[in-house]
Structure formats: structure tokens, C-alpha cells
Design a protein around this ligand. Structure first.
Ligand code: AMP
Length: 281
């Protein structure tokens, strides 16, 4: 595995691979890698033999008072994991490398970017899209792999890529969970054992919704089912439960047919957790 920090080194490595006729698959991350991240890399490898992983904790997508400073950083552990699983290039740019002194957002997430996670984290999605666009420009991948765990991110990245990066295929990989159902997240490191138990309720609520839909529940009944489960554990401070159309992110109402996503966000202890599940009506 080649480790590069500057865009010049990255470009040289990628140009050489492309000259050899290889396609490039890209997995952007913020590090503190877990099995969820590694599953994206396995998925990337199915699409291209040259896999680039970036680790960059993007200051632009953290709001004031959020966890940018304390976000877990474990670069040497991460590099060892990537070496073992086998990636072609690990790209760990500095803020200067990527932003070149210009820390303004260059991408707008639009109206959907103000909802759900965007309502709780103003400007988060503009900052996320800005860094993803910069990374896409630097890596010039044929494929980029994102986790379904961050459903609103996937929706917005697909929207941006379709407009700005034609020819780039966005691949979505399923959410990897612990045995108890909790979706893996770098932020799970913040959870105490007691918090962890509380956090399990989020995936339990999603499973309950899925069961409700399997037995013919309407969108409203399915959402209520998740809400009832969350209400049993008030220690998980519910921010939102929302059922949205997977293709438009618009709210789903009774009578809807097609692919929907049930989104949940809750704060457990000090930690904001999100999860979702796809439900077809
Ligand atoms: P992050 O490092 O949190 O920015 O995440 C990097 C990528 O990993 C994003 O595309 C996430 O959606 C994805 N990811 C995070 N957690 C999981 C998980 N539990 N399963 C699958 N993908 C995940």
C-alpha cells in the first residue's frame, strides 16, 4: 500500500494506474476504521482493482460545539488495517492540501440538505459535499463507495455526482451492525456500556418497523411502530423518525408505493447516533 499526503503524489499514483489501464474505486472516510469501512473497501475491490481510501476529518462539516476536536483519530491503527486488507493507496491529506487556504463551502446541498441531519447540524451537508467534490476532483475515480448507514449523505452525494461528475458511479454498500443490531460507527467509541444498551433500541425500532411493513402496515403504521419502540427507552433522546422516499427524500404518506427509507436520529449520552432501514411498500 502506498501512503500519500499531497495531491501531487496522489495524482502521480493514479495517473500511473490509469496508464496501466486500471480503473479506480474510491472510499472516502474520516478514519477510526471499523468493519463498516472495511466492507466498503471489499465492495470497492469488486468494481476496480485499484482502490484508493482517504482518511480526512473535514473541519468544514463540523459545526461549532460539535466533536471535531475529539473525533477519534487512529491513523497508524487504520493504516495497519488497510495494509492487511490490501488497498492500493491511502490518501491522508492535510487541511492545507485540500483547501489551499480557502475554507469556504463550494457546494450547496439545497433544500434536502436543510432537513433531518441538516436541521440538527446546519451547514453540515454543504461542508460534506464540498470535501467530497474536492476528493473526487483529486482522485478522479470511476467508482466511489458510500455506506447506506448515512442515507441522506448518499442521496446528496448521488445528486451532486450526477450533476458534476458524469461517468462516476456511486455504489452504496449495506450497513454493518454489531450482533445486537447497533450500526457500527466511529462515534460508538464514545458510548459507555450503559449507553450501548440504550443505543440498541434504535435498531430495535427499525426492526419493529420492518416487521410492521411485512405484515402489511401502512407508512403511518410502520412509523408509529418505530416511534412506540423508541418511546420505551426515553434515555435515547429522539431527534426524529422520518419515512422518506428513497429516490426523492420527500416524506412518504399512506398510499405510497416503492422504496422508502425509515430514518432515526437520537442522542445517547452525549453522542448523536443515526441509523436507517429500507422498506418497500
Ligand atoms: P465516516 O468515516 O463516518 O465518514 O464514514 C465513511 C464511510 O463509511 C461513509 O460512506 C459511511 O456511510 C460508511 N459507514 C459508516 N458506518 C458504516 C457501517 N456501519 N456500515 C457500512 N458503512 C458505514
Amino acid at each position: 500500500m502506498k501512503r500519500v499526503t499531497s495531491i501531487n503524489e496522489l495524482t502521480a499514483a493514479i495517473d500511473a494506474a490509469k496508464k496501466d489501464g486500471l480503473e479506480v474505486a474510491f472510499v472516502p472516510t474520516m478514519g477510526a476504521l471499523h468493519e463498516g469501512h472495511l466492507s466498503l473497501i471489499s465492495e470497492a475491490r469488486k468494481h476496480a482493482s485499484f482502490v484508493v481510501v482517504s482518511i480526512f476529518v473535514n473541519p468544514l462539516q463540523f459545526g461549532a460545539g460539535e466533536d471535531f476536536e475529539k473525533y477519534p483519530r487512529a491513523i497508524e491503527e487504520d493504516a495497519a488495517k488497510l495494509d492487511e486488507i490490501g488497498v492500493s493507496v491511502l490518501f491522508t491529506p492535510t487541511v492545507n492540501d485540500l483547501y489551499k487556504g480557502n475554507m469556504n463551502v463550494s457546494e450547496s446541498a439545497g433544500a434536502i440538505g436543510d432537513l433531518y441531519e441538516g436541521a440538527a447540524r446546519p451547514d453540515h451537508f454543504d461542508g460534506m459535499l464540498t470535501v467530497v467534490a474536492k476528493l473526487f476532483e483529486a482522485v478522479k475515480p470511476n467508482f466511489a463507495v458510500f455506506g447506506a448507514k448515512d442515507a441522506q449523505q448518499v442521496f446528496l452525494v448521488k445528486q451532486m455526482a450526477s450533476q458534476k461528475f458524469p461517468g462516476l458511479e456511486i455504489i452504496v454498500a449495506p450497513t454493518i451492525r454489531e450482533a445486537d443490531g447497533l450500526a457500527l460507527s466511529s462515534r460508538n467509541r464514545y458510548l459507555s456500556e450503559a449507553d450501548h444498551k440504550v443505543a440498541e433500541q434504535i435498531s430495535a425500532a427499525l426492526r419493529s418497523a420492518l416487521q410492521s411493513s411485512a405484515s402489511g402496515g401502512s407508512p403511518q403504521a410502520v412509523t408509529e411502530s418505530a416511534r412506540t419502540v423508541m418511546a420505551q427507552t426515553p434515555e435515547a433522546k429522539l431527534d426524529y423518525i422520518a419515512l422518506v422516499d428513497a429516490d426523492t427524500f420527500e416524506t412518504v404518506t399512506d398510499g405510497f408505493t416503492g422504496r422508502a427509507i425509515l430514518l432515526i436520529a437520537a442522542v445517547v449520552g452525549e453522542t448523536r447516533l443515526i441509523d436507517n432501514i429500507e422498506i418497500t411498500f
